[in-house]
Write a protein that binds this ligand. Structure first.
Ligand SMILES: Nc1ncnc2c1ncn2[C@@H]1O[C@H](COP(=O)(O)OP(=O)(O)OP(=O)(O)O)[C@@H](O)[C@H]1O
Ligand SMILES: [Mg+2]
Length: 339
């Protein structure tokens, strides 16, 4: 038997709050997961469940007013949260590459593409010569043609798919151990999306990268992820190997998502299916399980006490009701289409 491999990225019980006019709201309420070298973890969950906040917390890039109040981010076993600000920035920037959801933080429109990649490297202390060399190398690695010519272009001279490759090149240039991508392909057409997924998967295998891929698209999850973390109301409510999650979901919310996968005719929408009932508000959470008001499997205990994330077979799930006690009918669950 081989010894278990230490996860490259280990996220332990993250609690992140934001201060607002109405007081403090806890956005992440204990997020935990591990990602190993050469693995992709997909993070799914409806809008507002805390996926981007999880990414920003890990990268140490929370917006103003938001604070990590509890928890640890371990890179190869070393805590990167409780370091001085400067070391933290240096370490995370070089070891955690990030592709953002927010297009405003994407490419600088007035800076040549090659310059954007090499600037990032210079900021991490690379010499001028080494950054120039690495820039051309990484542009080629993400599958961009004629890197030397391409490096001289401005972002508006590139297609959407090429721009996305440049962003991935920026993130991967310092040879990080972890890549976090927050819905990087949503705006692209299906063929280009597929190409980006293939490039990242190939680089993951070559570099032994640990990838965290945030997405609304369960088709993408099935294609690229080794395991999946399903988020609901600021927590992971289920984590499992991808095949297992699709075959035998252990949380009624996951079950609802899978039952609501669009028919082939609706598939072009490529959005995470929505299930019935209202999304939960983080500022007015019920005492029990936050999914209880929408859950077709709910029982008395669910409204009284929030279930912890615990082992259930080879999966982890935060639910009091095991699948063998679930009722068959799902009257509350329906696909909300055309949104
Ligand atoms: N700057 C902010 N200040 C206060 N609250 C915020 C801020 N940004 C997001 N939130 C709140 O934090 C919660 C989680 O947001 P987050 O962006 O992580 O969701 P998400 O899962 O990434 O959603 P989406 O799928 O829409 O990208 C939401 O309830 C959101 O309203
Ligand atoms: Mg988001």
């Amino acid at each position: 038997m081989t010894a278990p491999v230490l996860p490259v990225l280990s996220v332990r019980d993250l609690h992140t709050s934001v201060a607002g006019r109405g007081g403090t709201t806890e956005i992440l309420r204990g997020v935990s997961f591990d990602v190993r070298s050469g693995e992709t973890l997909a993070v799914v969950g409806e809008s507002g469940s805390g996926k981007s906040f999880t990414a920003l917390t890990i990268a140490g890039l929370l917006p103003q007013g938001a604070t990590l109040t509890e928890g640890e981010v371990l890179l190869e076993g070393a805590d990167v949260v409780h370091l001085g600000e400067n070391r933290r920035r240096a370490l995370r920037g070089a070891q955690i590459g990030m592709v953002y959801q927010d297009p405003m933080t994407a490419l600088n429109p007035v800076m040549r593409v090659g310059h954007q990649v090499s600037e990032g490297l210079r900021a991490h202390g690379w010499s001028k010569a080494k950054s120039a060399e690495r820039t051309l190398e990484v542009l080629a690695e993400v599958g961009l043609p004629s890197p030397r010519n391409l490096a001289r272009l401005y972002p508006h001279q590139l297609s959407g798919g090429m721009r996305q490759r440049v962003l991935i090149a920026c993130a991967l240039a310092p040879r990080p151990k972890v890549l976090i991508a927050d819905e990087p392909t949503t705006a692209l057409d299906v063929t280009i999306q597929q190409q980006i997924l293939e490039v990242v998967t190939a680089l993951r295998d070559d570099y032994g990268l640990a990838v965290v891929w945030i997405t609304h698209d369960l088709g993408v999850v099935a294609r690229i992820a080794d395991s999946v973390a399903v988020m609901y109301a600021g927590r992971v409510v289920e984590q499992a190997a991808t095949g297992l999650l699709f075959a035998a979901p252990q949380h009624p919310y996951t079950d609802g998502l899978l039952r609501s996968i669009p028919t082939p005719a609706q598939r072009h929408q490529a959005a995470l299916p929505q299930i019935g009932g209202n999304p939960v508000s983080l500022s007015t959470l019920p005492v029990g399980c936050p999914f209880e008001p929408r859950c077709p499997q709910r029982m008395e205990r669910c409204a009284a006490e929030e279930p912890p994330l615990t082992e259930r077979g080879s999966s982890l799930a935060a639910c009091w009701v095991p699948p063998d006690r679930w009722v068959d009918a799902h009257p509350d669950l329906r696909v909300v289409t055309g949104a």
